[in-house]
Design a protein around this ligand. Structure first.
Ligand SMILES: NC(=O)c1ccc[n+]([C@@H]2O[C@H](COP(=O)([O-])OP(=O)(O)OC[C@H]3O[C@@H](n4cnc5c(N)ncnc54)[C@H](O)[C@@H]3O)[C@@H](O)[C@H]2O)c1
Length: 391
């Protein structure tokens, strides 16, 4: 089958198996070209098939020689239909790891469920004895509470008042004004239930109770703050409420981990175009402008660059990690530099349909978005027949 991207409303619903494998390899090559990191050796990554979680797993394995377990929730390819990008990424990773002599196990299942947690526990018990690092990197639209069976859905909405801003469709480049109505109290609570820290805490509790966490175990989850231009929708909106809950849960997890001298950390990451962030109104436009400014200043990073710097300079350096007043690692430090944010502010109201291509890096965003799905990778012959169920 010849596989071409199928995109609906900034969501790419298919992926190219060989292109995904090529972009996983490109991330591995980035890490292999750099210094080794004296980091973790037995790592669990929840949300390991895409974006930040995939990059963290690659750094764990290829910079720190770790054995890794990766959990993702993806659709497999069949003989007639391509699967999701993460399906191909996570398997391409496993094959690359195996070739390099690094142990790697994948689980495709719902991280919120008891079934997936029990499967991971089985692998840790059988193969690793204990893990020393857990990366929690989930971006999910819904969660079924394992205790009650209730289904919660997350929404991206402002709180208290409507939010109106310019937005851009990443693929078509069409700029439009979007308005998001404020969330109800129930929608806020549901978003916190899905994207907050409860499930992260449940994972740590379960592993700790099963005696599967090594002494001085570390765990990290990812947050986002961002600029004034997306604040009402993001940080002060429903997702921000969930991120604040995630940050509070880190404190609770720290209390749980005291007996094993463990540590829970939050890293506030940079805005990047991933499968999750492309669908947040106003965020792609902000990101397109940010990419252009950060690339001009030679400060641009993708997932793999952010994760490598996070491990090397913050998590596994000789000194304890530098944190902000709220105890969070700020790997968004370059994004939030005053000169970068000043330039974003100066250009924000100037962008329109006529100048978007020239004033922002919408082209770079588009390319990166497609590459996340295995399209547009150098060296891949897209005119060739490929089996969608190759992995
Ligand atoms: N992209 C950004 O700009 C950005 C910035 C800062 C922080 N973050 C945070 O980083 C984290 C990861 O985001 P991303 O952008 O890399 O997302 P992504 O969409 O690229 O990856 C999300 C991962 O979660 C997994 N997943 C989703 N639902 C699942 C489920 N029920 N069970 C198991 N796995 C599931 C997917 O399979 C995938 O591996 C999120 O917490 C996000 O808020 C993202």
């Amino acid at each position: 089958m010849i596989i071409k991207p199928i995109i609906r409303r900034n969501i790419c619903i298919n992926a190219h198996p060989l292109g995904c494998a090529a972009q996983v390899r490109a991330q591995i090559n980035y890490v292999m070209d750099r210094d080794k990191i004296f980091g973790p050796k037995k790592v669990l990554v929840i949300g390991a098939s895409n974006g930040y979680g995939l990059a963290a797993r690659i750094v764990s394995a290829f910079a720190s020689d770790a054995a890794t377990i990766g959990v993702g929730f993806e659709k497999p390819g069949t003989t007639r239909r391509a699967g999701t990008a993460g399906w191909y990424n996570i398997e391409a990773f496993r094959q690359e790891a195996e070739t390099a002599g690094l142990a790697a196990w994948n689980i495709n299942g719902d991280a919120f469920s008891e079934e997936t947690k029990n499967k991971v526990i089985g692998i840790v018990k059988d193969k690793l004895d204990a893990i020393d690092f857990l990366v929690y990197s989930i971006a999910a639209p819904r969660r079924i509470d394992p205790a009650t069976g209730e289904i919660y859905s997350s929404v991206i909405k402002p709180i208290g008042k409507p939010f109106t801003a310019s937005s851009v469709d990443v693929l078509s480049g069409v700029v439009s004004e979007v308005t998001a109505e404020p969330a109800s109290a129930e929608q806020i609570a549901h978003t916190v239930k899905v994207m907050g820290g409860e499930d992260w805490m449940l994972w740590v509790e379960k592993l700790l109770n099963a005696n599967l966490l090594a002494r001085e175990f570390k765990t990290i989850a990812f947050s986002y703050i961002g600029s004034e231009h997306t604040r009402s929708l993001y940080r002060d909106g429903t997702i921000g409420a969930a991120k604040k809950d995630l940050e509070q849960k880190a404190e609770h997890i720290n209390t749980l981990l005291k007996p094993i001298a463990g540590k829970a950390l939050i890293s506030v990451n940079k805005a990047l175009i991933t499968r999750a962030s492309a669908v947040i109104p106003a965020v792609p436009l902000y990101t397109a402008l940010l990419y252009r400014i950060m690339k001009d200043k030679n400060l641009h990073e993708g997932c793999i660059q952010q994760m490598y710097r996070l491990y090397r300079d913050f998590l596994f350096s000789e000194n304890s990690p530098k944190v902000d007043a709220k105890g969070r690692i700020r790997i968004d430090d370059w994004e939030m530099r005053p000169d970068v944010q000043r330039e974003v502010a100066a250009l924000w109201n100037e962008i329109d349909q006529q100048n978007i291509e020239e004033m922002t890096d919408i082209r770079g965003l588009r390319e990166e978005f497609l590459r996340h799905h295995g399209f547009g990778m150098p060296g891949v012959d897209y005119s060739q027949d490929v089996r969608p169920d190759i992995f």
